[in-house]
Design a protein around this ligand. Structure first.
Ligand SMILES: [Zn+2]
Length: 202
């Protein structure tokens, strides 16, 4: 473990925790009631709490390679993604689900150039993004379009989950597609009406 991380632990213990102790106490006594399920990529440059200014207890975060959602009817094996979606939707009753993709996503790049030495776990997992692949040679522009197509694809899969479908129908749940462009410090939000991603300038 790097010294930097251990120094961070010290700072958390001596600075952050004492100044937020009441907040943590409340989250323990009252339990967690996050309003949002945030589905993001494992990429270390994606920083959900920093991006959104979320406080402890605000976001229920699910991260995986490529921010992908398996089909709702995939019953086999240990489906951690579906379990987290079901927990957030049925038990925590989140009101919003954000699928947040990002620029320079290695998972999307891998659709064009599979990484050498990729394990079968990785290759199988990336199949979930395959329909987003374009029949064009890879370029920066193709990369961005693929990342955004995949966000839409994952939202469509999410809408197939019976509990998500039901809560959408009730009007008690909203879905959101975000594309975070690291080098611009900008999040582009899917405008379903226009079918495009627009920079959030609020
Ligand atoms: Zn990624």
């Amino acid at each position: 473990m790097t010294q930097d991380l251990l120094r961070g632990l010290s700072r958390f213990r001596t600075d952050y925790f004492p100044s937020h102790e009441e907040q943590f106490r409340r989250l323990v006594d009252d339990g967690q009631h996050p309003g949002t399920l945030f589905i993001g990529c494992c990429d270390s440059r994606v920083i959900p709490d920093v991006l959104t200014g979320a406080e402890p207890g605000d976001l229920f975060v699910l991260r995986n390679i490529g921010n992908l959602v398996p089909p709702a009817d995939q019953e086999e094996g240990y489906n951690g993604v579906a379990a987290a979606i079901d927990y957030a939707v049925d038990i925590l009753k989140v009101r919003d689900i954000v699928i947040c993709g990002h620029s320079h996503c290695g998972a999307m790049r891998a659709l064009y150039e599979p990484p050498e030495g990729a394990s079968s776990h990785l290759v199988n997992w990336l199949e979930l993004a395959a329909p987003a692949r374009l029949e064009e040679p890879h370029s920066q522009e193709v990369q961005v379009r693929t990342e955004r197509r995949s966000i839409v694809l994952q939202l469509e899969r999410l809408m197939d989950y019976p509990n998500v479908k039901r809560r959408l129908k009730e009007g008690s749940l909203s879905l959101h597609g975000w594309h975070y462009v690291i080098e611009e410090g900008q999040v582009y939000i899917l405008d379903v009406e226009r079918g495009s991603f627009e920079p959030y300038e609020g």
